[in-house]
Design a protein around this ligand. Structure first.
Ligand code: GTP
Ligand code: SPV
Ligand code: MN
Length: 626
């Protein structure tokens, strides 16, 4: 018997529709599917409705294929292990397609490309797509995922349709976005962001890891802002394949934001209520694996404070008619870094992730649970067998490689978070009082400092630097420039992006205060100077007191620093070295400014607004006078 959702036994260009109702598709959606069926030649088509039943069906299909296994220690949790060549975003194969190169990436005089995105011409994009996608779904099922970035009824939300041949991607998109029939109903015959994805298959046809098909050699992630198209081939993992996230919400999102006058940012959104009951929201941009999820799930250690989470990775923000900056989280779930997550570092995440969650590349235990670095004190592995992320037996203290991949992740529904903000789905968004920038800086950068004004704040964002992490293909821990924590996510020329930020300063707007934070300073013994995690509430307390106008800051050449004694350290088990945390080493900063200027000149050149160069000049003069 046919599935009840199948209206008619129908075909699209020879492929049979095995799930979903063709009749509910608008002419535009239907055309999009037809064109890609013609290109990819799938045997079957499945139009996703987002139902619980569909989800169960896909999970058991994945289980049967050996792509995921159940984790019986928890409720409806699953483990996927990828091909070890497909574990992170591939930045060098991520491209922006525009007519003119300069619209996509900065073109400095030096002629060098500064690593702020890669350009491809429309002709070469067409060629790359044809070479990879022609017939790539022969013998398989094409899934069609209608999804909304942002609460479906929010005027700030945007709709996309993703075509994919991965059921793992469908189940993950169901967690990370609002997905299914309700989105098609909202869409009507309007336009949408067109997303095409295939895990691909190697040219020689050989799958080294049949449980995780992919084609690492020919991976490519393409974006065409002019037509709002995303095409991704060869990877099944994370930001390469869950196209709503980085590809749509950031790369295409920021191009839409530019033309409509708003901001699409790599930022968490956190609500914070002070002991007097006054609530503020803050947004914070840190590069990948630099603490967004952790701060978004802050458990304040100072009494009287309450923190609530709106989002942990992406913020869409726009000034309303009253000049208030309002933010929504376009996502519906958390795709969070597993290693380091524990009841000590992030108890909120631990209370979120053990139901309805897909884990990828973590280790598993013989009692049907998961394991990763950071859980040593909570899971006694001496009484269990541990299988590492590659499927090999792992013994703590003996095995030389980590049990979990450093970029292993949980994919979990946001509404399960015990501290989810009551307004997290509010259609108009939450009002933002402060913006934080930050990175992983072992030396020289204070725990917190404040921008003198908006221009200085924009320069602060443009100058973010951070140690490399395992979220992308880079090796080692070199300090890299990462403007606005968006280096891998710009959808257009970074210099124009900075200009767009400067243009937010318009009469009648209440611009948020801007701060820079660094949880990652280290002492001579390479130990963290600051306890971090829940103790970051002491810095958040300082920030909201600044927002409320308290006179607790003092001027310094690099910006406003806390006056002595203005950070609440009460109750800390050991007193941090505040001198080291706030030391402004003039020779370090002169060097820092020179390398930022050099980077700007080499990587962005004249595309970077002159105001930003002026900010560096002024800061240098202040330092030389000090
Ligand atoms: P993406 O999902 O890649 O964008 O990462 P993220 O910015 O959300 O980073 P996340 O919160 O997952 O943190 C990444 C790593 O930083 C984890 O290993 C954390 O344990 C560590 N971390 C987070 N906050 C702190 C902190 O305050 N202090 C220290 N020392 N480490 C931290
Ligand atoms: C990041 O790298 O910033 C992530 C993970 O949030 S991914 O979705 O893979 O981009
Ligand atoms: Mn991220």
């Amino acid at each position: 018997l046919a599935h009840p959702n199948v209206g008619l036994f129908t075909h699209i260009r020879g492929a049979s529709v095995v799930y979903g109702n063709l009749k509910t598709l608008s002419p535009k959606v239907r055309k999009f599917i037809e064109d890609n069926v013609a290109l990819c030649q799938p045997d079957e088509i499945h139009i996703c409705d987002g139902s619980e039943k569909e989800n169960k069906q896909l999970l058991s299909l994945l289980q049967k294929k050996g792509a995921i296994k159940p984790l019986p220690k928890y409720e409806n949790c699953w483990l996927a292990r990828t091909n070890p060549a497909d574990t992170a975003r591939v930045e060098s194969k991520t491209l922006i397609c525009t007519e003119h190169e300069r619209d996509a990436v900065p073109t400095p005089k030096s002629g060098k490309r500064g690593g702020l995105g890669n350009w491809i011409s429309p002709a070469n994009m067409d060629k790359a797509v044809q070479e990879r996608f022609a017939n790539c779904m022969k013998g398989t099922t094409m899934y069609v995922i209608p999804f909304s970035m942002g609460p479906i009824q929010s005027p700030l939300a945007k709709i996309g349709i993703q075509i994919t041949d991965s059921a793992y991607v469908v189940c993950s998109m169901r967690i990370m976005t609002r997905m299914g029939q309700a989105v098609l109903d909202k869409l009507g015959n309007s336009d949408f962001v067109r997303c095409l994805h295939s895990v691909g298959r190697p040219k020689n046809g050989k799958l080294e890891y049949p449980n995780w098909p992919c084609d690492p050699e020919r991976v490519i992630v393409l974006h065409k802002p002019a037509t709002q198209e995303i095409v991704s081939y060869g990877s099944g993992y994370g930001g390469n394949s869950l196209l709503g996230k980085k590809c749509f919400a950031l790369r295409i999102g920021c191009t839409i934001a530019r033309s409509e006058g708003w901001l699409a940012e790599h930022m968490l959104i956190l609500g914070i209520t002070n002991p007097q009951g006054k609530k503020h929201y803050i947004a914070a941009a840190f590069p990948s694996q630099c603490g967004k999820t952790n701060l978004a799930m802050l458990t304040p250690t100072i009494p009287g404070y309450k923190a609530e989470c709106v989002g942990d990775d992406i913020a869409w923000m726009r000034f309303d008619q009253n000049g208030v900056l309002r933010a929504i989280n376009p996502e519906n779930g958390f795709f969070g870094v597993a290693p380091g997550t524990s009841n000590i570092s992030n108890p909120i995440a631990m209370n979120t992730i053990f139901k309805n969650t897909i884990f990828t590349n973590v280790a598993s235990t013989s009692d049907g649970g998961v394991y990763w670095e950071g859980l040593e004190k909570e899971i006694d592995t001496s009484k269990l067998e541990v299988t590492d992320w590659k499927g090999k037996k792992w013994v703590r203290g003996e095995s030389k490689t980590p049990a979990a991949h450093p970029n292993s992740r949980f994919c979990t529904p946001a509404h399960q978070c015990p501290m989810i903000d009551p307004n997290w789905e509010s259609p108009e968004g939450v009002p933002i009082s402060a913006i934080l920038f930050g990175g992983r800086r072992p030396h020289g950068i204070p725990l917190i400092y404040e921008a003198r004004d908006w221009k200085h704040g924009v320069a602060m964002g443009a100058a973010i630097r951070s140690q490399a992490t395992s979220a992308a293909e880079f090796k080692g821990h070199a300090v890299m420039h990462d403007p606005f924590a968006m280096r891998p996510f710009f959808g257009y020329n970074c210099g124009h992006y900075v200009q767009h930020w400067l243009s937010m300063d318009k009469p009648g707007r209440k611009l948020p205060k801007v701060f820079h934070v660094n949880w990652f300073g280290r002492d001579k013994n390479n130990k963290f100077l600051w306890p971090g995690f829940g103790e970051n509430s002491r810095i958040i307390d300082y920030i909201v007191r600044r927002v409320d106008g308290e006179d607790i800051a003092r001027d310094s050449p690099i910006g406003l620093l806390p006056k002595e004694g203005s950070i609440n350290l009460e109750g800390l088990p050991s007193k941090p070295d505040m001198k080291a945390l706030f030391e402004i080493d003039v020779s370090f900063w002169l060097k820092e400014i020179d390398s930022i200027r050099q980077y700007f000149e080499e990587a962005i050149g004249e595309d970077l607004p002159k105001e930003i160069y002026d900010q560096l000049t002024e800061m240098k003069q202040r330092l030389q006078k000090s």
